[in-house]
Design a protein. Structure first.
Length: 250
């Protein structure tokens, strides 16, 4: 091979090596980006690698604040002490989920299924629970202050000592619910149902603070103060549920 040919060949080989290095460099960059992205996603989802968004998930104590979990199937998942503040849980299935002490402030749970969920001492302040199903859920000691729970269903739920003050409970169903010691002061219960039927008991409101600040008598069921005619001129009227109205005094 001539000297010119050798120089040309060496130039071609050098160019090929440079091309390979460039390709490898691009691949390395893509690989690094993918690894970093996966790490960021993993960190965002959970600090626990066992936490997967699926039924029976083990996600206690994780930080899922502001995450979009709409339509997720999280039945019987464990979220004790988890942070779900402002999370999107629209139509999510959380039936039987463990949410004790969880933070769900301002979370959107519209149309969510929370049947049988454990929410003891959970913080749901200002959460959206429109049309959510909380039948047989355990909400003892939970903070539901200022929630939007229009047409939510609480049949058979345990809401002992739960804070429901200033909440929007229009059209909500509480038949068979246990509300002893609950705080309903300032709540809007227009069209809400507390009375029972032949097949379902009325709500238990013993010791609850009614929407006007009056404490329900011991043994009150269905209608707060139904056994307290001396309730300072307050009457209860049943019209597709219960509406508290101030009757004329004197």
């Amino acid at each position: 091979m001539t000297s010119f040919g050798q120089r040309k060949w060496r130039g071609i080989r050098k160019a090929e090596k440079a091309g390979r290095r460039a390709r490898l460099s691009s691949f390395d960059l893509l690989l690094t980006f993918a690894v970093l992205s996966a790490a960021l996603i993993s960190t965002a989802w959970s600090q626990d690698p066992s936490c997967e968004i699926k039924p029976y998930a083990a996600c206690s104590g994780v930080d899922l604040g502001s995450m979009d979990l709409s339509n997720a199937d999280l039945a019987v998942a464990r979220f004790e002490d988890a942070n779900l503040e402002t999370a999107q849980l629209v139509r999510a299935d959380l039936s039987g989920a463990y949410l004790t002490d969880a933070i769900l402030r301002r979370a959107n749970l519209t149309d969510a299924n929370l049947q049988g969920a454990r929410l003891k001492n959970a913080n749901l302040e200002a959460a959206i629970l429109r049309r959510a199903s909380l039948a047989d859920a355990r909400l003892d000691g939970a903070n539901l202050r200022d929630v939007d729970a229009q047409k939510a269903r609480f049949e058979g739920a345990s809401l002992r000592n739960t804070d429901l003050s200033d909440s929007d409970l229009r059209g909500a169903v509480f038949t068979g619910a246990r509300l002893s010691g609950a705080n309903l002061e300032g709540a809007n219960i227009t069209g809400a149902r507390f009375k029972g039927s032949e097949w379902q008991p009325a709500a238990d409101l013993s010791g609850a603070i009614w929407i006007n600040g009056v404490m329900c008598d011991s043994g009150s069921v269905g209608t707060c103060n139904q056994f307290a005619p001396q309730s300072d001129g307050l009457t209860l009227e049943d019209s597709s549920g219960l509406i508290l109205r101030r009757a004329p005094i004197g």
